[in-house]
Write a protein that binds this ligand. Structure first.
Ligand SMILES: Cc1cc2nc3c(=O)[nH]c(=O)nc-3n(C[C@H](O)[C@H](O)[C@H](O)COP(=O)(O)O)c2cc1C
Length: 349
């Protein structure tokens, strides 16, 4: 059975969480995923937002905090180093009416860690403690923390950081079972995730390499309060519904090519409401490049989508793909005839 858990006064039910992904989990992507997985997503987290940008009222940063009412419970993730700005940014998050403010301690990107933010805070635990203590005091919504297993294999201090966070009043800890040094390589270490979950009193959410029902079930059996899914939601936008159905022992028909085409069309509508065409095509390509991969015989269509020069061209490709699949009757052989005529750009063989 899927369960639920509480982050302070916020109930997360079921215990499946959409992971924060920079450049991906904006309000459009979250709206899409919520819509495709009704009742199966317990919490969504925004992409990380700079406290430097937020506290300087940078338009893009402010926009990244936006969410719809259907997007609750919503956690807004912030990152940075400066204590006063972290406190101010957390208050700004609270002022939007968000349910939770999450602090990023996991980002491995040099630009972020060089300025003391992201995973660097796992090496500066004294400073992190001050941040957490001040932020917890400053806001009345729950404060959560997302960390990695440590900086590198020699300093896997997730448990120490977790204990410190718990003492500072943090209401939930998310652990991605990789070190900063590992970036996204190798496989996530769920032993350390399980150990942290076992030792702490606050709920611990595990993250890393959950890509299907089997990996989800295995992750859920590690003793965590909930699981977080990132890349798996791009590769399979119905993953939450699929996991929820599997855990309930209900049948779930895996959406195929036609459903994926429709999903991409729906995404284009959601995106078009919020951004100019260039942004729309960029995000469409991002999702299409991942979500079509599991469809056998989709490489030509994928290439045609990803090399489209305009939204109209992209929608035309989708339509042709649909027509081909319908006429052929075989989803497996979904190859569009016009792929060769379209500019293939750098993807060309
Ligand atoms: C493109 C991308 C962007 C990410 N951005 C963030 C972020 O902004 N904040 C964060 O805490 N983690 C971020 N992560 C890490 C994910 O939240 C997650 O912990 C990690 O990808 C492992 O989970 P997965 O295997 O389900 O993707 C990002 C990961 C990816 C792939």
């Amino acid at each position: 059975m899927l369960s639920s858990f509480d982050i302070g006064n916020v109930r997360v039910s079921p215990n499946l969480v959409l992971a924060p992904m920079s450049g991906v989990t904006n309000s459009c992507f979250r709206k899409l995923i919520r819509g495709e997985n009704p009742g199966a997503l317990g919490l969504a987290v925004t992409e990380f937002i700079s406290i430097e940008g937020l506290t300087r009222r940078n338009g893009r940063s402010l926009q990244m905090m936006e969410y719809g009412e259907e997007d609750r419970p919503i956690s807004i993730q912030i990152f940075g180093y400066d204590i006063d700005r972290m406190v101010e940014a957390a208050k700004m998050v609270e002022d939007t009416g968000a349910n939770i403010v999450d602090i990023n301690c996991g980002c491995p990107v040099p630009k972020v860690v060089k300025r003391g933010g992201g995973c660097e805070l796992m090496r500066q635990t004294f400073h992190l403690n001050k941040i957490l203590t001040r932020v917890v005091k400053a806001v009345s919504i729950p404060v959560t923390l997302k960390i990695r297993s440590g900086w590198d294999d020699e300093s896997r201090n997730a448990l120490d950081v977790g204990r410190m966070a718990e003492d500072a009043g943090v209401a939930m800890l998310a652990v991605h079972g990789r070190t900063r040094k590992a970036l996204y390589r190798g496989i996530a270490d769920w032993e350390i995730v399980a150990q942290v979950a076992d030792e702490l009193k606050i709920p611990v959410v595990g993250s890393g390499d959950i890509i299907d029902v089997d990996s989800a079930k295995q992750a859920l059996s590690s003793g965590v309060a909930g699981i977080m899914i990132g890349r798996g939601a791009m590769a399979n936008p119905w993953i939450f519904a699929e996991i929820a159905a599997a855990v309930r022992g209900e049948p779930f028909e895996r959406p195929g090519v036609l459903e994926t085409i429709e999903l991409l069309e729906r995404y284009s509508l959601i995106l078009s409401e919020r951004m100019p065409e260039r942004g729309v095509t960029g995000k469409m390509k991002q999702l299409a490049s991942q979500a079509t991969r599991r469809l056998k015989g989709s490489s030509k269509a994928r290439r045609a989508i990803c090399t489209s020069q305009s939204l109209a061209e992209m929608l035309e490709v989708l339509e042709q793909w649909r027509e081909y699949v319908l006429s052929d009757g075989s989803e497996g052989a979904a190859i569009i005839s016009t792929a060769q005529e379209l500019p293939l750009g750098e993807l060309a063989p």
